[in-house]
Design a protein around this ligand. Structure first.
Ligand code: NAD
Ligand code: UGA
Length: 461
């Protein structure tokens, strides 16, 4: 086979947190293929072509620079690139619906459907279309129906290749994933298309890590993976509440249960709550799908994972207020971290948003610090901007504060000079560790009153 025949034109529609890094990795690992990413957001496309990428992700800029303008291209010309493509990944956003039937739970598929219509209008040859976005199970059915009404006699194979990367570790996750999952129709044409996609990933991923399945298993597995991961966090968070009442220490409990290889130690860090753009939306989507099939008990079971998360966020703020003598009105509170997790600037569904809004409603003055997420934090809280000071310097944020709340587990917060911070604060000084990352005994000795998730409080009064 000549090199020209081997060369595939791969297109990705959607240049976001998933489309950008996944396509950069494919381009880096498959120099024989040409990869283009398109988006309706011209600003994002422009940023991908600079060294100020539109998202912060460790190691991403290096990968992008290695392939940009060689076999990785960015464009806003969606139709022209659809025409040229052999394989189209669709990685548009699929947020929770905010209107009409299923509002608050179902996935909003308007962006997804728009791309299907773009493909029918622009395509002039057969193509493989791949669901990269997270979608409700059986979405490919609807996609097939939309695409099959084309009058040009074209054939489209729809595949599901859900993405399992986590933000902050995306490059590592893409380079060395636990698995890649590719679902297809099990027809001759579906299996042929599936093999083509397997061959792309096989450029760097061992074959035994490339799982194949039918379409519906692949679509459903993505929702279920996120539901199981979030369930572990809600499980340990529910136990953190019990630890606080019983003088047990949630870290010790997590360690004790996590050494059982059947349970495993990952994803057992108790916290102020899980955030991120996907856990809540994907579980609510799963709940909605179960309800629509009449599986009400199953729906209720999974909905509890989200309810416990809401409870944990509320519990954290209520505890802050109650320990600070039942009022935070007029008090200065420093929030250390605003991103939904460390190593990202993303604040979507960050528990920090809930904590900040609640404290502001109680008339607290906030200073917010975060190494990467301040611009997003400003946008999230724009209606309150006059009562908030934003600074990249945690020492500045803590100056004259009555309390500090650790909301993101950035490593840098572990190594600060807490004696210096204590001296600059109002007394009595409080630390609320929403991520259990600090040395609480040491802080108590310095003079802080310390309250950490899942641990007994340490007070000087
Ligand atoms: P995102 O919002 O960062 O990016 C989506 C992009 O799609 C946006 O830039 C938007 O402008 C673009 N877009 C929307 N409609 C379009 C259209 N018709 N034509 C061209 N571009 C269009 O979203 P994301 O975080 O990358 O998530 C994308 C999907 O991947 C979602 O379904 C999400 O659930 C899933 N997912 C996300 C992650 C993650 O870590 N963020 C991980 C795994 C899976
Ligand atoms: C998550 C999944 O881990 C990915 O596999 C999936 O692809 C992705 O969702 C998605 O579909 O979007 P992500 O949200 O980027 O990835 O980050 P996680 O590391 O899963 O963390 C999610 C939230 O849970 C964060 O707020 C984190 O701080 C919190 N968390 C995580 C805990 O509170 N405790 C833990 O033990 C682990």
């Amino acid at each position: 086979m000549s090199e020209k025949e081997l060369r595939k034109r791969i297109l990705c529609i959607g240049a976001g947190y998933v489309g950008g890094p996944t396509m950069a990795m494919i381009a880096a690992k498959c120099p024989q293929h040409e990869v283009t990413i398109v988006d309706i957001n011209a600003e994002r496309i422009a940023a991908w072509q600079t060294d100020e990428l539109p998202i912060f992700e460790p190691g991403l800029l290096e990968v992008v620079k290695q392939v940009r303008d060689k076999n990785l291209f960015f464009s806003t010309d969606i139709d022209e690139n659809i025409k040229k493509a052999d394989i189209i990944f669709v990685s548009v956003n699929t947020p929770t619906k905010t209107y009409g039937e299923g509002a608050g739970k179902a996935a909003d598929l308007q962006f997804w459907e728009k791309t299907a219509r773009n493909i029918i209008n622009a395509a002039e040859s057969d193509k493989i279309i791949i669901e990269k976005s997270t979608l409700p199970v059986r979405t490919a059915d609807a996609m097939e129906r939309i695409l099959s009404v084309n009058t040009k006699g074209l054939h489209f194979d729809i595949l599901s290749n859900p993405e399992f990367l986590a933000e902050g570790s995306a490059i590592k996750d893409l380079e060395d994933p636990d698995r890649v999952l590719i679902g297809s129709r099990e027809t001759e044409s579906g299996l042929k298309a599936r093999n083509e996609i397997v061959d792309i990933y096989a450029n760097w991923i061992p074959r035994d890590k490339i799982l194949t399945s039918n379409l519906w298993s692949a679509e459903l597995s993505k929702l279920v993976a996120n539901a199981f991961l979030a369930q572990r966090i809600s499980s340990i968070n529910s136990i953190s509440a019990l630890c606080e009442k019983t003088e047990a220490n949630v870290k010790e409990v997590a360690n004790a249960i996590g050494t059982d290889s059947r349970i495993s130690s990952k994803f057992l860090n108790a916290s102020v709550g899980f955030g991120g753009s996907c856990f809540k939306k994907d579980i609510l989507n799963l709940v909605y799908i179960c309800e629509s099939y009449g599986l009400h008990e199953v729906a209720e079971y999974w909905e509890q994972v989200v309810s416990i998360n809401d409870y944990q966020e509320k519990r954290f703020v209520k505890n802050m207020i109650s320990l600070m003598f039942n009022t935070v009105s007029g008090k200065n509170i420093a929030l250390f971290g605003f991103a939904f997790k460390a190593n990202t600037g993303d604040t979507r569904e960050s528990p920090a948003i809930y904590v900040a809004r609640h404290l502001l409603n109680e008339h607290a003055n906030l200073s917010i610090t975060d190494p990467k997420a301040l611009e997003n934090a400003k946008a999230d809280l724009k209606e309150h901007s006059s009562s908030i000071c934003f600074t990249e310097d945690p020492y500045e944020a803590a100056k004259n504060a009555h309390a500090i709340a650790i909301l993101t587990e950035w490593d840098t917060y572990k190594d600060l000079d807490y004696e210096k911070i204590f001296d600059s604060m109002e007394k009595p000084a409080f630390i609320f560790d929403g991520r259990d990352i600090l040395d609480h005994e040491k802080l108590f000795k310095i003079g802080f009153n310390v309250s950490a998730i899942g641990k007994p409080q340490m007070k000087h009064f």
